[in-house]
Design a protein around this ligand. Structure first.
Ligand SMILES: NC(=O)c1ccc[n+]([C@@H]2O[C@H](COP(=O)([O-])OP(=O)(O)OC[C@H]3O[C@@H](n4cnc5c(N)ncnc54)[C@H](OP(=O)(O)O)[C@@H]3O)[C@@H](O)[C@H]2O)c1
Length: 414
């Protein structure tokens, strides 16, 4: 019989996920674990537990030798970096749900966890309750995986679903979503694709063994969508979804976050409102789709609980693909794209390689064709609010650049 480690947990954060974890942990009879300390930030906040349960000094957890697991569930990525790296140095296991922290500091965090020989688990960081990371690590622990894509952000999916159903303006639906608690007061991370990108970076790491930096992966969002774009999609039997996309083309990984037009036969078509979904494509298993709740107190806590549970048996991600798969990010691709504008003079801001459909009127114009997406940066997207840009989900993606390094060396030598 396996010996289970006794886990003594120091919990950082008692908000949506932290308080959820407290409750699901209390209901779990199989776990050999208890929360010894909870550290939060604001001493004046009223809490659902008596005051003596809370501390405000991180060292209460970090300096306690009995605490062998730090569960980091705070909403501040910089403070989290500090806490997590300190915890590693003290030889504590870490569980986190913080995609921004992980995406921004992949290299340092992985190195430190390795040096300290501790587990660092973060199942809840990508698509909440959907068990994707450990599946990528354990089931797809080889090179058969050819693509992964997901609706990884519930807020933007909620907005897109309501736009499709109600044909109201983006601003109106966003305000509604904020009032209903489905969007933050500053929605940037969600609607401009940052949150989806951080999750995509984590999925790429575990799918293809490739470490990426946030600035290397394009994210364009849904902020500039017009009601007429939704009508365009409806006329063609399509829906718009914000997709985190990664595909292996030979030894290149094509990766971006963008609104995509999806057809009825796509996994993404019927994933509605705040739900998330991930589709994994592999050589022999073909496509597999996971759907579920990507956020929320208990769903997210359930993924954290699963990580805590795995620590009882010293589980670690092995990152086997990091050493064995030799892939790099594609730096320029061509894809079928749609650009719409209110002012037709803005339509030429992006150069299409080929045009297959065009419409122009004084208040709404669009163009459909092949676009090289290295013309696009996040800054371009943000600085051009009149342009709504979307790609086509089922279109072929063609790599048009990435200089062959060996060829370059040969050329330089000759
Ligand atoms: N909410 C979700 O559904 C969801 C889903 C997936 C992943 N996540 C991730 O889970 C993490 C937590 O999210 P959440 O929604 O639970 O956040 P939240 O409800 O805003 O709660 C944040 C908690 O962190 C505490 N905190 C902030 N800075 C701190 C510091 N420096 N030291 C100690 N405690 C600090 C806050 O303390 P006070 O209580 O004193 O303010 C609060 O208890 C984030 O990384 C988020 O991205 C959340």
């Amino acid at each position: 019989m396996y010996m289970r480690n006794r886990l003594t947990i120091g919990l950082f954060g008692f908000g949506c996920v932290g308080s959820g974890l407290y409750q699901v942990l209390n209901q779990s009879t199989l776990l050999n674990a208890n929360i010894k300390r909870i550290v939060v930030k604001d001493p004046n906040k009223s809490r659902s537990l008596p005051d003596e349960n809370f501390s405000f000094d991180k060292n209460v957890i970090l300096n306690d030798p009995e605490i062998n697991v730090v569960v980091e569930l705070i909403d501040d990525a910089d403070a989290a970096f500090n806490i997590v790296t300190e915890a590693f140095k003290k030889g504590k296991y870490v569980v986190s749900a913080n995609k921004k922290l992980i995406a921004e500091h992949l290299d340092e965090l992985l190195d430190l966890a390795k040096q300290s020989n501790v587990s660092f688990l973060y199942e809840a960081s990508a698509c909440g309750s959907i068990p994707v990371i450990r599946n990528l690590e354990e089931y797809y622990n080889n090179d058969s995986l050819s693509g992964i894509e997901g609706i990884c952000n519930g807020t933007s999916n909620y907005i897109l679903t309501r736009l499709n159903n109600e044909l109201k303006s983006f601003d109106e639906i966003l305000l509604d979503a904020q009032e209903a608690g489905f969007a933050e007061s500053d929605p940037t991370l969600d609607i401009d694709g940052f949150d989806s990108k951080y999750k995509l970076q984590i999925l790429i790491l575990h799918s293809f063994g490739l470490k990426t930096k946030p600035e290397e992966v394009l994210n364009i969002g849904i902020r500039h969508i017009k009601t007429k774009d939704i009508l365009f999609a409806k006329e063609k039997g399509l829906r718009l979804r914000l997709i985190s996309y990664a595909k292996k083309v030979e030894d290149r990984i094509v990766a971006f976050v963008a609104p995509l037009f999806v057809k009825e036969n796509s996994f993404a078509y019927d994933i509605n409102y705040e739900f998330n979904g991930v589709s994994i494509e592999a050589l022999f298993s073909d496509k597999q789709v996971f759907t579920g709740k990507g956020a929320g107190s208990f769903p997210t806590a359930s993924a954290v609980l699963s990580d805590v549970s795995a620590l009882q048996f010293d589980y670690k991600y092995e990152y086997k693909k990091l050493d064995s798969l030799n892939v790099e990010l594609a730096d320029a691709i061509e894809i079928k794209a749609f650009v719409s504008v209110s002012d037709s003079r803005n339509l030429d801001k992006l150069q299409f390689t080929t045009v297959e459909e065009e419409y122009a009127s004084p208040e709404y114009s669009y163009r459909v064709g092949t676009l090289r997406i290295d013309q696009l940066t996040h800054d371009f997207y943000r600085n051009n609010p009149d342009l709504f840009i979307a790609f086509y989900h089922d279109a072929d993606v063609k790599i048009v650049s990435n200089i062959d390094k060996e060829e370059l060396i040969q050329e330089e030598m000759s």
